[in-house]
Design a protein around this ligand. Structure first.
Ligand SMILES: *[C@@H]1O[C@H](CO)[C@@H](O)[C@H](O)[C@H]1NC(C)=O
Ligand SMILES: *[C@@H]1O[C@H](CO)[C@@H](O)[C@H](O)[C@H]1NC(C)=O
Ligand SMILES: *[C@@H]1O[C@H](CO)[C@@H](O)[C@H](O)[C@H]1NC(C)=O
Ligand SMILES: *[C@@H]1O[C@H](CO)[C@@H](O)[C@H](O)[C@H]1NC(C)=O
Ligand SMILES: *[C@@H]1O[C@H](CO)[C@@H](O)[C@H](O)[C@H]1NC(C)=O
Ligand SMILES: *[C@@H]1O[C@H](CO)[C@@H](O)[C@H](O)[C@H]1NC(C)=O
Ligand SMILES: *[C@@H]1O[C@H](CO)[C@@H](O)[C@H](O)[C@H]1NC(C)=O
Ligand SMILES: *[C@@H]1O[C@H](CO)[C@@H](O)[C@H](O)[C@H]1NC(C)=O
Length: 355
């Protein structure tokens, strides 16, 4: 507690003696170019900070809004922590002029939506966390001015709608966390332009269907986590359209429906060299169907499918034999008839020639 009060004073005195004019409402450290303002009951910005500040920790305060140009006295900021506040409103241009900002943490706030102007001035931002907020949809206007963003954390929100080209302006993105949201469908176009994305996290949503082409723009994808969703079936083409060098896919924790269609999809997927189903051995599926009744590992179900295939084969062979036999019999009969016919024809002719 004493440290809190003494340090800024020391700095102030030092700065003045050094000929600078520096005020600091928090604990400021010129050597580290940092300002530590956490747990300070701060309710409003701006606050007085030295212009050299590159790292600003404003976490665990009571901020409700970030006004326009809130950081215009600290334009050299590289790292800004605004997590664990009560922020619901980010003004247009809130981060204007922060051209050196690389990392912005807004996690654990009350943010419901973002305006187009929110991203103005954040052209150097590489990492943004909006985790544990109250976002419900993703719009293509949200990240318009972020030309360098590589990591985006949107986990633990309530996102159920992702608009077409929602991330279209951030083609630099390499990691996208969308886990623990309320996504049900992955529609074509929602990941368009994300050609640099390496890591896509979608676990703990309610996804029950993927459009066949939705993954095709992701030409750098190395890891796709779809665990703990609501998938009961999948189309082979959906994953085949991933035009990557190598991609690890995780699929456990889904209510897979055991049937031979699913087995065929998985068998085909296992044969695609560039795709790796990391948790294939532990995948379980469920069925009410007689043959498949109960829970199985997909692997076990493959055996059941083989059994089914054998049955089908036996039936097919039986049918083929029957049909062939029938044809042969029919042929024999026809020939016999033909012979008789011939004989009569000949007879007729001979009769005619005899006439
Ligand atoms: C120094 O700061 C004080 C208040 O903190 C202000 O009144 C004064 O104008 C500043 N001087 C300069 C030269 O910036
Ligand atoms: C913040 O407010 C709480 C409760 O009002 C108080 O106990 C605490 O000392 C305050 N902290 C600071 C740094 O002022
Ligand atoms: C910011 O301050 C909080 C509270 O003291 C601390 O837990 C956190 O680690 C700090 N963040 C950074 C990036 O230093
Ligand atoms: C910073 O912005 C505030 C309003 O948000 C304004 O009052 C102040 O003059 C600005 N300071 C600078 C240095 O631009
Ligand atoms: C958070 O902000 C809302 C208004 O947006 C307010 O009603 C609430 O009291 C605030 N909570 C805290 C802990 O400051
Ligand atoms: C994203 O945010 C969540 C929730 O705060 C956190 O648990 C997770 O570690 C973050 N992910 C990354 C990759 O930083
Ligand atoms: C899972 O998807 C099915 C449709 O395939 C739907 O009826 C069901 O409500 C979904 N369950 C959850 C928990 O979202
Ligand atoms: C099958 O697995 C599900 C989820 O793991 C479980 O809720 C259910 O009771 C299991 N059913 C049987 C018949 O084992």
């Amino acid at each position: 507690m004493h440290l809190f009060l003494v340090l800024p004073l020391v700095l102030k005195v030092q700065s003045i003696s050094m000929g600078h004019n520096v005020t600091c409402d928090c604990i400021c450290h010129e050597g580290f170019k940092s300002a530590y303002c956490s747990n300070n009951n701060i309710t409003q910005l701006p606050i007085a900070l030295p212009p050299f500040t590159e790292t600003l920790n404003l976490s665990h305060n009571h901020l409700n809004t970030i006004p326009p140009r809130a950081f215009n006295t600290t334009r050299k900021l590289h790292f800004l922590y605004l997590n664990d506040n009560n922020i619901s409103m980010l003004a247009d241009g809130a981060f204007f002029l922060l051209e050196g900002l690389r990392w912005l943490d807004l996690s654990r706030n009350q943010i419901l939506s973002l305006s187009e102007g929110f991203s103005k001035g954040l052209s150097s931002l590489q990492g943004l966390s909006l985790a544990e907020n109250r976002l419900t949809s993703m719009d293509s206007s949200y990240f318009l001015h972020m030309d360098s963003l590589q990591r985006l954390n949107l986990s633990h929100n309530s996102i159920h709608t992702i608009k077409m080209r929602a991330f279209g302006s951030i083609s630099t993105l390499r990691q996208l966390q969308l886990d623990w949201n309320k996504i049900t469908i992955l529609n074509n176009g929602i990941f368009s332009m994300l050609r640099n994305l390496e890591d896509l996290n979608l676990h703990h949503n309610q996804i029950h269907s993927l459009d066949v082409g939705v993954l095709s723009p992701l030409t750098s994808l190395g890891k796709l986590d779809l665990t703990n969703n609501n998938l009961s079936t999948i189309q082979f083409k959906t994953f085949l359209s991933l035009n990557t060098y190598s991609t690890h896919i995780m699929l456990r924790g889904n209510p897979w429906r055991c049937d031979c269609d699913l087995q065929r999809v998985f068998q085909k997927l296992c044969n695609v060299k560039r795709l790796f189903l990391d948790d294939y051995d532990s995948l379980t599926c469920y069925s009410f169907n007689d043959e498949f009744n109960g829970n199985h590992t997909v692997f076990k179900a493959v055996e059941l499918c083989v059994a089914e295939m054998v049955t089908v084969l036996v039936i097919t062979i039986t049918v083929v034999i029957t049909v062939v036999a029938a044809i042969v019999m029919a042929e024999k009969k026809r020939k016999k008839k033909n012979k008789e016919k011939h004989w009569t024809e000949v007879g007729e002719v001979s009769c005619g020639s005899q006439d």
